[in-house]
Design a protein around this ligand. Structure first.
Ligand code: FES
Length: 184
């Protein structure tokens, strides 16, 4: 399996275009001091802006907080929610807590791999889905559970999971046109 550092190398070439780093400086300014102890909340805020942690933003943090790449990646590797590549439009969080696992969460993961070619940690080629595993989502009674974006899905099975994922599209459906009624 690719490491997060290997993935960032791949991402760098895809990140040729300049990104606006002003939000990173604003985030740094919002903390009382430029201290490495704020690294985790800073990374979370940076990710909230870009949906992942662009390498150029990481470089700014390294310079300003005077920390090494190894230190930043030590933190990023520890928190699965911190992403160094741009995720798909929807992040699937498949619960791998005990109740969900014994009810076949790994079989659902296999089915997703079979259908979309992604293992946990991967994004499919079309950038529609990023698959992640999660610890208990807090609703074991409805195991197996998954979140897709902001939507919660319970008592899923392999077939059902593929069926529900089919409802998520890259393009949002155009708003339904309502016929205008005019009186003469
Ligand atoms: S173990 Fe999956 S919701 Fe608790």
């Amino acid at each position: 399996m690719e490491t997060k550092e290997k993935k960032v190398e791949d991402q760098e070439s895809a990140e040729e275009e300049e990104i606006d780093l002003e939000p990173v400086h604003k985030i740094l300014d919002s903390f009382p001091s430029r201290d490495r102890r704020y690294l985790i909340p800073i990374l979370q805020k940076v990710q909230a802006v870009y949906r992942y942690l662009p390498d150029k933003a990481i470089q700014v943090l390294m310079e300003v907080l005077k920390i090494t790449r190894a230190e930043v990646f030590g933190v990023i590797s520890f928190y699965p929610g911190l992403l160094i590549t741009e995720p798909g439009k929807y992040i699937i969080k498949l619960c791998y807590g005990t109740a969900c696992f014994v009810k076949g969460a790994n079989i659902i993961a296999n089915k997703i791999h079979e259908t979309y070619g992604i293992h946990p940690g991967d994004t499919d080629k079309t950038k529609l889905f990023t698959l992640q595993t999660a610890s208990c989502l807090g609703n074991c009674g409805a195991a197996p559970m998954a979140l897709v974006g902001d939507d919660t899905h319970g008592t899923i099975d392999p077939e059902k999971s593929i069926e529900l994922l089919g409802n998520y599209k890259l393009e949002d459906a155009p708003e339904q046109q309502t016929e205008e009624v005019t009186s003469e």
